[in-house]
Design a protein around this ligand. Sequence first.
Ligand SMILES: *Cc1c(COP(=O)(O)O)cnc(C)c1O
Length: 439
Amino acid sequence: MTLAELLPTYRRSLPEKLPAAIWPDAAEAMPSGDVAVSGVSLTEVAERFGTPSYVLDVQTVRYRCRAYRALDAEIAYAGKAFLCRRMARLIAEEGLSLDVCSGGELATAAAAGFPAERILLHGNAKTDLELRAAARAGVGRVVIDSVAEVDRLVGPQDVLVRVTPGIDGHTHRAVATGVEDQKFGSSLAGGQAAAVVARVLSRPELRLVGLHCHLGSQIAGVTGYEEAVRRLVAFLADIAVRHGVALPQLNLGGGHAVAYRPGDASFNLSGFAARIPRVLGFECRKHGLVPPRLTLEPGRAIVARAGVTLYRVVTVKHTSTRTYVAVDGGFSDNPRPELYDSRYTARLVGRAGDVQKRSMRVVGRHCEAGDVLIPDVQLPSDIRAGDLLAVPCTGAYHHSMASTYNLVPRPPVLAIDDGAVEAWIRRETEADLLHRDIA
Ligand SMILES: *Cc1c(COP(=O)(O)O)cnc(C)c1O
């Protein structure tokens, strides 16, 4: 029997542990009910910087980068998950490459001094402006999405061809990008991918260095990637026979799942590390090919768990059916529940709270009935206006997807590193909003 079980009052004073699968590495529950990240109190962060705010634990980002760097592969962070100059610099320091998919992401990477040769440009509708900016910046690789794009590229340029392998990653349809009949890539089965390859090889100023595929997002299992390796290696073999070229790179994209709530499945990274190189080796031997170098493009798996969003409870409403906890953010700082039916959890921060928990609905402040952050979560029954709520696992696709809907300014990104907090992106102000509005 533990001390906590013997003495109910002792248990009452013990903070509930933070589930490690969804909180930052440096986060710790304090006896006061507060949560500290690298020793920095989230209550104090909220008081100093206001709410809503995105907090980012830099240590978690570093450790996730290192976990991926331990694999025998090039790791290209998918900047669309979260990018700013400081993030780009951190990614560069950790030795990763960087995926960008717009002129804005490219400009941010360039402004951070990110090494251009380690940048990959993606996109199914790259504009001429973006293609020229990429050429000017000296972007290392452009990932070609369709045959029409080939003639629009500015050479000399190393390129990959994005292939739709016809694999269902068993994920939400909004993020399933490996299946046939969708806007990304060129179909393997339909022969369009082969046509893109032939077209690229007909332009001597383009150097075809490999193939790319991206199965989708929030994929936990490894079997989809194994099948992708089989199909893409067969295609590499076909290219070698038809054109006499051996392509040195195979990019398997990202999409590695993270847990948003305790018990959610996350990506089997060790299974991936154990199985994929073996499958690659086996398939290449079968076709008499030298195994290409793998590139992986994790976004969410690098940065999601590093992030926590802090909200202030504005009002608590009890109806005959449920309790609504309305906070000072919502759809504009997290559209994912609405877009993908994503589910989160929340925790009261800053006071112990009633031990009795009840099911409640956490809603945002926007003029949409669908602005529900968490449809059903257990929170202390004495939750009240002024309380601070923390929603973990919000480091990826939160700031990058934020909008100013209802002209609500976007929250800051507050990085905590080695016991200190500092804004990487400051809070947007009403003056910022008016700045673009020409009277
Ligand atoms: C979105 C995207 C990624 C990253 O996806 P995650 O789910 O964040 O890992 C990687 N590669 C491409 C081409 C993408 O579009």
